[in-house]
Design a protein around this ligand. Structure first.
Ligand SMILES: [Fe+2]
Length: 407
């Protein structure tokens, strides 16, 4: 919001806007001056980005970013989105930021989320009750340094955090680099904590060499809770993640953690570069079969695939049972699965629609596209030309008219 008003970047950004010591100091001075004059108060008003994801829980639709409170938004009767303001879930303790991928247990209405910071504790976990009230922080001091954690996994009994090789080193600013970078000498780990824990006493960590999880697609428990299964994307070429995300070789994996033996097994789900995986939302935190994922091409999502996880083998293999490429010059967004009969418990898992936005650079037009998720070529059954271009984005949310009317 602030940068939009000014027309140029003001705030030092860990991803892009560090260009050496002089530029960083200049930005800090300008930011400090704006804080002193009262024009900019991030503690009170936040940063206003809210550009990473959208979630619905606690009776709100929330726009989220990585380092801010969620912003509650509302749809007006004529289709506009208005911002209601930052939302702190009526927290009983200071609460200033959370990340953009909270997890909702639709059976209980509870949500689980976290924040990561540059000072101890580097990770803080918390839950939001079904009445929309945030519960006390669980500070994770066994996280011994900052690690960028974009997403995590939650099952009926556990929360699982990736501790990645993406770290913070302020000295890198002196070299004109972002303070966020990759430490190849660090072994990635996964931290497992009971999801209702009040402190970190029962948390344990497991090494996960070569596993830098980016997005969790789904996670559940098997064998009475003795095994945790996580379907997630892994950044294989981690050193490329800040330079060329399309070269970072994102791959989907099924990760199985043996809770008693404290061991991990991994199963590749595709040899293609895939991310932004989604499922039928009725299966969140439950064992599911189908994953729909974006095919990542050069600087764009070039298509979508449907994977059948019942075909998983230790050695990989082709789990693809349907796919669609958007065509030359066309880039899509995150796919979303919408069940055809959401209130029919007997409906098949893949009986529904895949939605996405597709931008065609040949015509400079965007379309809202609806695909049949059961068809082998993900047939387009509706395409709506939009009045203006929709830029490629990160994440989205489908909210039915009935749910919207309840909010
Ligand atoms: Fe994300």
């Amino acid at each position: 919001m602030l940068e939009n008003k000014m027309g140029y970047p003001i705030l030092p950004s860990p991803f892009a806007s560090f260009n050496g010591v002089a530029a960083s100091i200049a930005r800090l001075i300008i930011t400090f001056a704006r804080v002193v004059t009262g024009e900019f108060n991030p503690l009170k008003h936040g940063f206003g980005a809210a550009n990473t994801s959208v979630a619905q829980f606690g009776g709100k639709i929330l726009a989220l970013a990585e380092y801010d409170l969620p912003y509650a938004v509302k749809l007006t009767p004529d289709g506009d989105i208005i911002t209601l303001g930052r939302h702190d879930f009526r927290s009983c303790e200071p609460f200033l930021t959370m990340t953009a991928h909270p997890k909702v247990d639709w059976d209980t209405g509870e949500a689980f989320a976290y924040r990561h910071g540059v000072v101890r504790p580097f990770l803080t976990f918390f839950r939001i009750n079904s009445d929309g009230r945030k519960q006390k922080d669980v500070k994770i001091f066994s996280m011994d340094r900052f690690s960028a954690i974009h997403d995590f996994a939650v099952t009926k009994n556990y929360a699982i955090f990736p501790n990645t090789q993406i770290v913070l080193n302020p000295l890198w600013i002196l070299r004109g680099r972002s303070p966020l970078g990759v430490d190849r000498s660090k072994v990635p780990r996964f931290g497992i904590i009971p999801r209702f824990a009040e402190d970190e006493r029962e948390m344990w960590w497991i090494d996960a060499p070569g596993l830098n999880m980016l997005h969790c697609v789904n996670s559940w428990e098997e064998d009475g809770g003795e095994r945790i299964v996580i379907v997630a994307s892994n950044i294989v070429s981690i050193e490329q993640v800040f330079e060329n995300i399309d070269l970072s070789q994102l791959r989907l994996e099924k990760i199985v953690i043996d809770v008693k033996a404290k061991t991990m097994e991994r199963y590749p789900l595709s040899d293609k570069v895939l991310d932004l995986g989604v499922i039928n939302p009725a299966y969140a935190m439950k064992k599911n079969r189908y994953v729909y994922a974006a095919v990542i091409g050069v600087k764009a999502v070039v298509g979508v695939v449907k994977l059948d996880m019942s075909l998983t083998t230790k050695d990989g293999g082709d789990l693809k049972v349907a796919s669609r490429l958007y065509g030359s010059g066309c880039g899509g967004g995150e796919p979303l699965f919408v069940p055809r009969e959401p209130s029919n418990p007997a409906a098949e898992e893949d009986d529904g629609y895949l939605l996405t936005f597709v931008y065609d650079e040949n015509t400079d037009e965007s379309k809202f596209v609806v695909m049949d998720a059961k068809s082998p070529s993900l047939d387009i059954i509706a395409a709506v030309k939009l009045p203006r271009r929709v830029p490629n984005g990160f994440h989205g949310l489908f909210v039915s008219k009935r749910e919207l009317e309840k909010l």
